[in-house]
Design a protein around this ligand. Structure first.
Ligand code: BES
Ligand code: ZN
Length: 552
């Protein structure tokens, strides 16, 4: 029986969706998906309750007395209740999406690299699948799926599944609904190995394939640690710059922001991260969004292990040190509740739980276990954890019970239900060089910039800029850090770049702190609002919601 999920209206204990069959047409002219979904049920009780958000339901087939669409909740959307006849095995729902669907972004040609064709992509995690498919949108309700997508030529449709042939998809492994994904655009493919390759707009393909050329080695490193990769292909899709996240672990096809293509592979730990989710997250899944750290803490830990295997311990420790610094800084401003690994998200949007806490505090806790019991023993346990819970969605409680079977008496209460970092937290240290040089990795520049005084003068900024050309940097991480400092120092020469960056890039992690920093002064806020008026139409609904709150 699935754990109770406060972010879903669905009733899987009574009627449970097992397979989702989609038949959808993609209409760019009115920004709608339209068609039908057939849901196979087992068991099927008297009623079936689905999650929806801003869907227009045209018809339900297989119901005994029609359907009722409940009231819309701001966070959860609206329940769709369908009465089932005795012996029901499936229902068919005919529907269309709203142009404002929170899980879809419709891009004009101008927002793509090629500028010729429109683009569509989905982002279902955490609870946005319901805005483009009526289903039981809870990570505890795993489904297999198949799909037929009608997209206008010459555009290509891709999904988080095996591509049976053009426009036809099938995923035989049961997944949580937040992993159902779709992208449609002018996309081409380049193979990296037998099972790995890159999808991107034609003009991006070569640089992307070069940046990500180590992906097969990463899969092999992860397999060496945690057992076979169970999803067939592992491909990467490079999205336009409005993609609101760094990456998304959609099965068979990780979605990635183009802002990780730095030219020097310095940001490819993102690939290690999304790949790691093939074990932690996609194979063993958080049962509710309060257990999100099970997905992201394990994944951040494994990301480090993959990096270590490919690029050495020094490199992985450097990145861990940067992340630990980000965690400590962020926790200073977080309410106590949000500093716990298991968070209470009742009445909240689960997207709000996305801080560094589940990621880095989670990874530090696993690192503690590794150091305490030794790598060999801990690795064996982690592998057995993935095998034991494969294709299941589990709670923090279940994790603890399974841990205690091998490591009896292990006390993790302070990590899981107390704020801050416990005294036994591992210290991740890295000896950063202090004299900059051209050959520095992105992370070394970030560290160097971040340790500067917060009250740098515009004159000092100008001197740094003259020496290192930060305003002109093509590296998104360095740009974001530099622009933050430019706002603080009121360093005017960087403000043109700031506007260009905020209009061109919609990755939430970058734009959020920049608007926040601008909003700290009255003059800055006016400037932020002027930029946002131009930038907002190009942002994804998730990024729009975040910036709306900052500038309201
Ligand atoms: N699964 C997450 C993205 C996510 C989390 C989307 C919660 C919606 C709700 C993904 O694996 C992730 O963590 N992405 C990070 C990059 C990573 C290298 C830390 C991101 O996008 O910043
Ligand atoms: Zn992740």
């Amino acid at each position: 029986m699935p754990a109770h999920d406060v972010h879903s209206y669905s009733n899987p204990a009574e009627s449970r969706v097992r397979h989702v069959e989609l038949d959808l047409a993609v209409s760019f002219s009115d920004k709608k998906l339209r068609g039908a979904v057939t849901l196979s049920l087992e068991p099927a009780g008297k009623t079936l309750v689905l999650d929806t958000r801003d869907l227009t339901i045209q018809r339900v087939n297989g119901s005994s007395s029609g359907f009722r669409l409940g009231e819309r909740d701001k966070n959860l959307g609206a329940p769709l209740t369908i009465d089932l006849p005795a012996g029901a095995r499936s229902v068919l729902v005919e529907y269309e999406t709203a142009p404002t669907a929170s899980g879809l972004q419709w891009l004009d040609p101008a927002q793509t690299a090629g500028k010729q064709h429109p683009f569509l992509f989905s982002q279902s995690q955490a609870i946005h699948a319901r805005s483009w498919i009526p289903l039981q949108d809870s990570p505890g309700v795993r489904v297999t799926y198949s799909a037929r997508i009608h997209a206008p030529l010459p555009l290509k449709a891709l999904m988080s599944a095996r591509r049976v042939r053009d426009g036809h998809f099938h995923l035989a492994q049961p997944i949580p609904p937040y992993l159902i994904a779709l992208a449609v655009g002018d996309l081409e493919f380049q193979a990296v190995s037998q099972r790995c390759g890159i999808w991107a707009e034609p003009s991006m393909l070569k640089s992307a394939a070069h940046e990500f050329e180590d992906v097969e080695k990463m899969v092999q490193a992860a397999e060496g640690l945690y057992g076979p990769y169970r999803w067939g292909r592992y491909d990467l899709l490079v999205l336009p710059p409005s993609f609101p996240f760094g990456g998304m672990e959609n099965p068979c096809l990780t979605f990635a922001t183009p802002t990780v293509i730095a030219g020097d592979k310095s940001l490819v730990s993102l690939v290690a991260h999304e790949l790691a989710h093939s074990w932690s997250g996609n194979l063993v899944t958080n049962a509710t969004w309060s257990d999100f750290w099970l997905n992201e803490g394990f994944t951040t830990y494994i990301e480090r292990r993959i990096q270590e295997a490919l690029y050495g311990r020094k490199r992985s420790e450097m990145e861990f040190a940067i992340e630990t610094g980000e965690l400590t800084l962020e926790m200073k401003g977080l309410p106590a509740e949000d500093q716990k690994l298991a968070v209470n998200l009742d009445g909240r949007d689960p997207d709000d739980g996305m801080t560094q806490v589940p990621y880095v505090k989670g990874a530090l806790m696993l690192r503690l276990l590794e150091e305490k019991y030794g790598r060999a023993k801990f690795d064996t346990w982690v592998k057995s954890y993935f095998d034991h819970f494969a294709f299941q969605s589990i709670t923090t409680e279940q994790f603890l019970t399974y841990l205690h079977a091998t490591f009896p008496g292990e006390q993790l209460g302070a990590w899981i239900s107390q704020p801050g970092l416990p005294p036994d937290a591992p210290k991740v240290t890295y000896d950063f060089e202090s004299t900059p040089k051209k050959s520095w990795a992105t992370q070394e520049w970030l560290h160097w910039l971040r340790q500067m005084p917060v009250d740098l003068s515009a004159a000092k900024m100008a001197a740094l800029d003259a020496e290192w050309g930060f305003t002109q940097s093509g590296n998104s991480e360095i740009s974001a850090q530099w622009l933050l400092m430019a706002i603080r120092a009121r360093y005017e020469p960087a403000f043109g770049k700031l506007e260009q960056f905020l209009i061109g890039v919609g990755r939430r992690k970058f734009v959020k702190p920049l608007y926040e920093e601008l909003a700290r002064t009255p003059g800055g806020k006016t400037r932020a609002q002027a930029i946002y008026r131009k930038a907002r139409p190009g942002y994804h609904p998730i990024t729009q919601a975040t910036v709306d709150t900052i500038l309201k």
